[in-house]
Design a protein around this ligand. Sequence first.
Ligand SMILES: C[S@@+](CC[C@H](N)C(=O)[O-])C[C@H]1O[C@@H](n2cnc3c(N)ncnc32)[C@H](O)[C@@H]1O
Length: 263
Amino acid sequence: MNDRTDARIRTDIAHNARVWNYWLGGKDNYPVDRAVGDQVTSLHPGIGEVARADRAFLGRVVTHLAAEAGVRQFLDIGTGLPTADNTHEVAQRVAPESRIVYVDNDPIVLTHARALLTSSPEGVTEYVDADAHDPEAILRAAAGTLDLERPVAVLMLGILNFVLDGDEARSIVRTLMDAVPSGSYLALTHPTDDADLGGEANVAAMEFWNAHATPPITARGRAGFARFLDGLDLLEPGIVSCARWRAPEATEVAQFGAVGRKP
Ligand SMILES: C[S@@+](CC[C@H](N)C(=O)[O-])C[C@H]1O[C@@H](n2cnc3c(N)ncnc32)[C@H](O)[C@@H]1O
């Protein structure tokens, strides 16, 4: 950890990457993260299940894209702290030559990034410290590792919910997907306040989060989520609770998941 990184880490306010790590059973979090995590859980008792379902979605999607769609390049934006079955491990288990670029802007993720950089000898993993609000910077950095003339799977799991303005969030997605060729993929998860997925609990939980933690978050309804996938061909089963994507028996959680292919 260098001094610059150290100075960016705040232990007096809960950070999303660390609270997400707490909900997933990890140890890379501080008392303030656990206190806020527990408060959110009291308002939204299913939140731990959301985090686990989201990671399981990542595993199924990356396995599918590597094994069946033949994708060998992954751009994982809003990576989170290293946990079990990180994107490069899932992809390189199927195809050791896979190349992965991780992107996050949380200083604690940066300090743990070396745990993400354990590539298979045939492949590459890289970590970029960048903000999702600046997709051009992400693309410039990713181009050092990924061939943007060849298909890329762009993973944005639980990250667009930190871009509060819907137009800006759509513009970020458009910039990223415009930069990759036909045959590329976009995989998304996003929390919802839609009542049919039990999303009412997100309303009070996010209000609490926004008063006590960082960065601020928003939920979106099905229509708002669907617009991120405009112009892409949706893979089966379309837009569902991320728990149910190719796991039809699973219990739904209040988080959408979908994968689109650029035609
Ligand atoms: C809910 S976690 C999701 C982690 C992982 N994608 C997953 O699905 O398990 C969101 C991650 O996005 C990161 N993040 C939040 N805002 C960001 C931003 N503006 N730029 C880059 N990363 C951001 C957080 O630091 C955190 O690691």
